[in-house]
Design a protein around this ligand. Sequence first.
Ligand code: NAD
Ligand code: WQD
Length: 350
Amino acid sequence: MNKHTVLVTGGAGFIGSHACVELLQAGYGVVVVDNLVNSKAEALSRVERITGKTLPFYQADIRDKPALTEIFAKESIATVMHFAGLKAVGESCEQPLNYYHNNVYGTLVLLEAMRDANVKQMVFSSSATVYQPSATGEYSEDFPLGAINPYGRSKVIIEDILRDVSAVDKIKQNGAPWKIALLRYFNPIGAHECGMIGEDPNGIPNNLMPYVLQVAIGKLRQLSVFGNDYPTPDGTGIRDYIHVVDLVKGHIKAIEAIESDKFKAGGCHAYNLGTGKGYSVLDIVNTFEKVTGRKVNYQFAPRRTGDLAESFANPERAARELDWVAEKNLDDMITDAWNWQVKNPQGYVD
Ligand code: NAD
Ligand code: WQD
């Protein structure tokens, strides 16, 4: 028997597709809405093959209110997992209006459709980029917010909207209060261990792990390591990489918390999803070579504008309140990412 049904926006994407697998395997019903602007429907066919279950897919934009209204009318949705959004920092600096329209306006339309359908539980994909740069590199949830690019600011604005929506409702509305978990991801990498779903970036990857994968498989010639003069032990940037399957397990824990007494009073609660451990770019390259036996050609290059020296989560709140900790280590992340890359050298082919 199904637990309740979850509407997964952006469910064909990297993290959303892994969330669909985890939800279906945990016994939830899943409905996906995605406009495929950065993904392929094949990802959802793979989700169905992995789980042996079917899921209704609506190819629609979350800014299309009539389409959302129809989905909420047809499907019996209890919770929304909201992954849909544009996510490339550099592109967001070139196209700020597109990013605000897609991410902020899209979320407004989604919230209106939810309100109209009386669906008031949401798990939102936020990001570590919402925080002001910190001198220590460590971020707890109460660290001041202050993103430094339009993509990050779109997430801060959405978080503000979600806090406002849940606050007003608690006081004024007679029905059930809004219950919202803001999950602030650090650096998700890896893939499902079966190698059938993974990250399939369009064009030349912006992020480190997909770039390393494409160098190792021979699609790209050489990795540029952006900066070797940071105040870190080896001079390269440090990040908190987290296995995508651990990350989506955090989402299941968030739904469980939303439905438990912990969220009885409603409201909007933020949680970091990270391991709490940082690895440098050279740690990634060296571990990649050790785990896969493949060489990663690299050269040092100037720092990338806007990059921080170091960023890692304090993940204690999620451990305490969601009963969630990341379980997979860097070797697992790289093994699974490489398995996906080798099995799907061209990514998803529709
Ligand atoms: P992704 O691009 O693979 O997935 C996003 C999905 O949303 C795609 O399938 C895309 O087609 C869809 N989409 C975008 N705009 C849409 C719209 N207007 N209507 C319907 N569908 C739309 O990205 P991802 O890595 O899976 O990220 C998922 C979420 O997590 C995003 O909100 C992202 O900002 C957030 N996040 C990602 C990372 C990361 O490093 N991957 C880190 C922190 C936060
Ligand atoms: C990691 C490290 C780079 C590429 C970005 C977004 C963030 C989040 C995740 C969504 C850094 C170095 C990278 C390369 C390199 N997304 N690097 N050569 O910058 O921590 O975060 O993605 O919310 O918002 O900003 O991740 O993977 O791009 O970089 O040396 O070709 O690898 O300088 O130190 P980042 P990343």
